[in-house]
Write a protein that binds this ligand. Structure first.
Ligand code: URA
Length: 271
């Protein structure tokens, strides 16, 4: 088995589990699922970056790849085969719900009906762009966590012309909304009246309320990135699965935000 044989990571892990008797050396298990050579894996262990069932592993540790939870930098190394991860380019007018009381089109009509999935956070009906959808509740919670979630980037067309530097600064520093101050945002104005805004909170209608607060209500709102994931080639209404690299990148991004804040929501792939 090779870490770069192109098959989904969970298939490689399943093979690794089949090939390796329980009580296999940790560095061999790590190497088998793509963490480089055994030497590289040994370095990771020696650096204290690998935990088994929450405890920092020592060199020579043996693990049961079926039952032990192995994590590198807080990110689990395995992927459960029944989990699915989609990204959808949500068109305006489509609602993020399983069924709409007003009979509007829903995202569920754009996605496979099985297995049952749910969105990672929400977008307003009028908001367009990148929506992540999965049946992995734990990863979804970590991505969408209101205070420690990963970055979400938006392209915003605002009304009332160019936004003055003082107002851009207000967006950057934090704005008093009726549910409290917003965390500092990254903001640029690539064209007059067009903002690129990055926030990591996920409060209700947050971007619209932030822009309203500075006197520039939103005309059009498009989400362009969630953490490391973006895809400019997806047409409105189109979806695709994440690649293994994208899933690994998201797990790393989630682990980084876990390190930056509380660890209560630490991602754990076991049911
Ligand atoms: N902020 C909003 O105001 N709306 C969205 O849909 C997403 C972020």
């Amino acid at each position: 088995m090779s870490a770069e044989d192109g098959r989904p990571l969970w298939e490689q892990l399943a093979d690794a589990n089949r090939e390796l008797p329980s009580g296999e050396r940790l560095q061999k298990v790590l190497a088998a699922v793509g963490f480089g050579s055994r030497r590289t894996a040994e370095d990771l262990i020696a650096a204290g970056r690998v935990t088994v069932n929450g405890e920092v592993a020592i060199l020579g540790r043996r693990v049961d790849a079926d039952n032990d939870l192995v994590e590198v930098d807080g990110a689990p190394i395995g992927v459960k085969p029944d989990l699915v991860y989609y990204m959808l380019n949500k068109p305006a007018g489509v609602v993020v719900t399983a069924s709409d009381t007003h009979d509007r089109p829903t995202i569920m009509e754009l996605l496979p009906s099985e297995p049952r999935v749910f969105s990672v956070g929400r977008l307003d009906a009028d908001t367009e762009g990148l929506l992540l959808v999965t049946n992995d509740g734990q990863l979804a919670n970590r991505i969408a966590h209101p205070s420690n979630g990963v970055d979400k980037e938006y392209l915003v067309e605002v009304t009332n012309g160019a936004v003055a530097p003082g107002h851009l600064r207000q967006l950057r520093d934090g704005i008093e909304l009726d549910d409290g101050m917003t965390a500092p945002a990254k903001v640029s104005q690539p064209e007059p009246g067009i903002l690129r805004l990055t926030i990591h909170e996920g409060r209700n209608r947050q971007v619209r309320r932030m822009c309203e607060a500075i006197g520039h209500p939103v005309r059009r709102l498009v989400r362009t990135r969630v953490g490391p994931l973006s895809d400019r080639t997806l047409q409105p209404g189109e979806w695709r699965r994440w690649t293994n690299d994208e899933r690994n990148a998201m797990i790393e991004a989630v682990a980084a935000t876990t390190h930056r804040g509380d660890r209560s929501g630490k991602y754990d792939p076991t049911p």
